[in-house]
Design a protein around this ligand. Structure first.
Ligand SMILES: *Cc1c(COP(=O)(O)O)cnc(C)c1O
Length: 402
């Protein structure tokens, strides 16, 4: 872990965490145990779509906790049924399976695609996914992900995942064979640094999937639930997948994921798939409150307006300080930092009291609360500019000495 010192030895080290402890959050702000405040544009990794501890969720959690917390996966409960109904009513899908995480939703999609292939395509099981894609950290979803660093980790991993480059339809065409069951991808690759799939590519994928009788799986764990300005990102393309997976924003900070499918492809039999906490009423009640908030009049317009404000500001900073490309839609945005280290920018922003993320060494990612306020966006941009000024000065100073 090269020199990383864990301040809490009982906590297993799986990430280099800074030596602070968060104790409180409200809206776009966090407080640590020394009472320092942080403007949060990471929001639990694009999870807290309504910000930290919104009153709405506190109220739902309190109300539902007093009624029923858990009844088990062998029984229906009211919030589970209500949220299934609502998600199908507001999408092109017919059936929902709830999970505790995005990875588990994708794991379910992989299982369903394999079962479907075994029934309808003479045992086809291969799934084509994209280089630099991210689908989670279970063994199968790690196999489905296109992260080069994971290639040799935890072997032997489940096989049957073929990677192709993004937006390259010929690569998909030449990979499809009799064993192919599905194509799985993110509409915007989040962890790779906010790289969208093009509209023409998505349309061509749908056509190929129909021609070759393949399932099209959209991983909307990051792009779903209003993040890109529409409830689901697929709506912007007009291309409907057979399976969509959700996570992150769906629970607004509670662990909730989902797999949504069209009824034509349903093929699980009782006992094929499940999990102890799946469809838990406390968590699905929260999901319902989140969905209602996103569907409220004006909410998605606010996402687009704040997204435009933030991306305009980023374009301006990029032009002024000679950085790089600005990408993304809604409130899933990234900016390349050119010759500057994005990791250094994140560190200095942290010192000044702002949280942003560097998914790549030279890429910054911004994923604030979807109800982020205008003054918070403006403040974040100001803080970022101060950090950039410092780095440009430092850089110029070094240049002179050489
Ligand atoms: C975060 C993410 C996942 C994994 O979700 P977890 O809840 O961490 O398991 C899967 N796919 C995408 C696109 C993600 O961004």
């Amino acid at each position: 872990m090269n020199n990383y010192i864990n301040p809490y030895p009982s906590v297993m080290v799986v990430a280099k965490r800074p030596d602070i402890t968060f104790v409180k959050g409200k809206g776009s702000w966090l407080w640590d145990s020394r009472d320092k405040t942080y403007l949060d544009f990471v929001q639990g990794w694009a999870v807290n779509c309504l910000g930290h501890s919104p009153d709405m969720l506190v109220e739902t959690i309190t109300r539902q906790a007093g009624k029923l917390i858990h009844a088990g996966p062998g029984f229906f409960n009211a919030p589970m049924v209500q949220l299934s109904d609502a998600l199908t009513a507001h999408s092109c899908f017919d059936q929902i399976f709830f999970t505790n995480s995005g990875a588990e939703a994708n794991e379910g999609a992989i299982k369903l695609a394999r079962k479907w292939g075994s029934i309808h395509k003479q045992g086809a099981f291969e799934i084509i996914s994209l280089e630099n894609g991210f689908h989670g950290r279970t063994l199968a979803t790690m196999s489905a992900s296109g992260k080069a660093e994971w290639e040799n980790l935890y072997g032997p991993k489940p096989s049957g995942f073929i990677k192709v480059p993004r937006n390259d339809i010929d690569a998909i065409k030449s990979t499809i064979n009799k064993n192919t069951a599905a194509i799985m991808l993110e509409l915007v690759q989040g962890e790779s640094g906010v790289h969208p799939a093009s509209l023409a590519y998505l349309q061509a994928l749908r056509k190929l999937a129909d021609e070759h009788k393949l399932l099209l799986i959209f991983d909307e764990v990051q792009t779903g639930m209003g993040r890109t300005g529409t409830l689901f990102a697929y709506e912007q393309s007009g291309v409907e997948p057979d399976i969509m997976t959700l996570g992150k924003g769906l629970g607004g900070g509670m662990p909730l994921g989902a797999m949504a499918i069209k009824k034509e492809i349903a093929c699980f039999e009782p006992g094929d798939q499940g999990g102890t906490f799946n469809g838990n009423p406390l968590v699905t009640a929260v999901g319902q409150t989140v969905l209602n908030a996103i569907l409220a009049p004006g909410f998605l317009e606010h996402v687009s307006t704040m997204g435009a404000l933030l991306s305009d500001g980023l374009y301006e900073l990029s032009a002024k300080y000679g950085l790089g490309e600005v990408r993304g839609s809604g409130l899933l945005l990234a900016m390349d930092t050119g010759e500057f280290s994005a990791v250094d920018v994140v560190k200095q922003m942290f010192e000044t009291g702002a949280l942003i993320n560097a998914p790549r060494a030279h890429t910054l990612r911004f994923m604030p609360a979807l109800n982020v306020q205008k003054q918070d966006v403006e403040q974040l941009l100001q803080m970022l500019e101060q950090v950039l000024i410092g780095m440009v000065d430092n850089h110029a100073g070094k240049g002179e000495k050489e």
